[in-house]
Design a protein around this ligand. Structure first.
Ligand SMILES: N[C@@H](CCC(=O)N[C@@H](CS)C(=O)NCC(=O)O)C(=O)O
Length: 229
């Protein structure tokens, strides 16, 4: 269906591009990757800014042009491939799925960005921002665990491709990580343990050096190329 040179994922290991790689692997479609070398801030290079003016990873180049914003890329992939990753427009499950996808991209993911990049948001109060953000994230994960009917890891699922990396990063990035113990949310732990056994997740973990328990009990990546930060 897709020629391999039609979809180019601009990625760095263990970055938000991981969500897109997981979806591409679930879809089983052809794509190629282009490393964005964070060690030299390649995400701020003129060539990269030309396709993503935010200077953020990921960007997916498509026959319709470059797409950025993880949620937008994921939805585009689900809608432009014959897949069951996300409910189609006529499916009664779509409303709830859209709510969850946008919650991940507009609420949970930006909260994590405040934990990972506090100086960007509060250069003079980064410690306080991190402290408050950890409290807020616990409440968000409480909410997500309570709504566990949507935590589907036993079949291809766009929400899972977005959520699993967010859980992973919560456990290892953003300074002190003892606030986050996945076992506090048994539904999330079970989700992560199931998700990381999926062939798509195993291939993505292999490609980015994420280790054997990449989502339920992650460690820092050891990628074959590039760097996570
Ligand atoms: N809203 C963006 C956020 C992407 C994002 O946070 N990317 C991070 C990596 S996980 C990044 O590019 N960081 C490099 C930087 O800030 O210079 C999206 O959903 O794509």
């Amino acid at each position: 269906m897709w020629m391999s040179d039609q979809l180019i994922l601009h990625y760095a290991p263990d970055n938000a591009s991981l969500c897109v790689r997981l979806a591409l692997e679930e879809l089983g479609i052809d794509y190629v990757t282009a490393l964005v070398d964070r060690s030299v801030k390649a995400q701020r290079s003129p060539a990269y800014l030309a396709i993503n003016p935010n200077g953020l990873i990921p960007t997916l180049q498509t026959p319709q042009g470059p797409i950025y914003e993880t949620g937008a890329i994921l939805l585009w992939l689900a809608e432009n491939t014959p897949s069951a990753l996300f409910p189609q427009i006529s499916d009664p499950k779509r409303a709830a799925a859209l709510t969850r996808l946008f919650w991940l991209s507009n609420t949970l993911h930006p909260a994590l960005r405040m934990l990972f990049y506090p100086d960007f948001y509060a250069p003079n109060a980064s410690g306080e921002l991190r402290h408050q953000t950890r409290i807020r994230l616990c409440a968000l994960y409480d909410q997500m665990a309570a709504d566990h009917a949507h935590l589907v890891a036993t079949e291809p699922n766009l929400i899972a491709c977005y959520l699993a990396p967010l859980l992973r990063w919560s456990a290892i990035y953003g300074g002190q990580t003892d606030w986050f113990t996945l076992g506090r949310w048994p539904a999330l732990l079970q989700f992560a343990e199931t998700f990381e056994t999926r062939p798509a997740a195993l291939r993505a973990a292999q490609a980015e050096g994420l280790g054997p328990t990449a989502f339920s009990n992650p460690t820092f990546p050891n990628p074959p190329e590039g760097s996570a930060t």
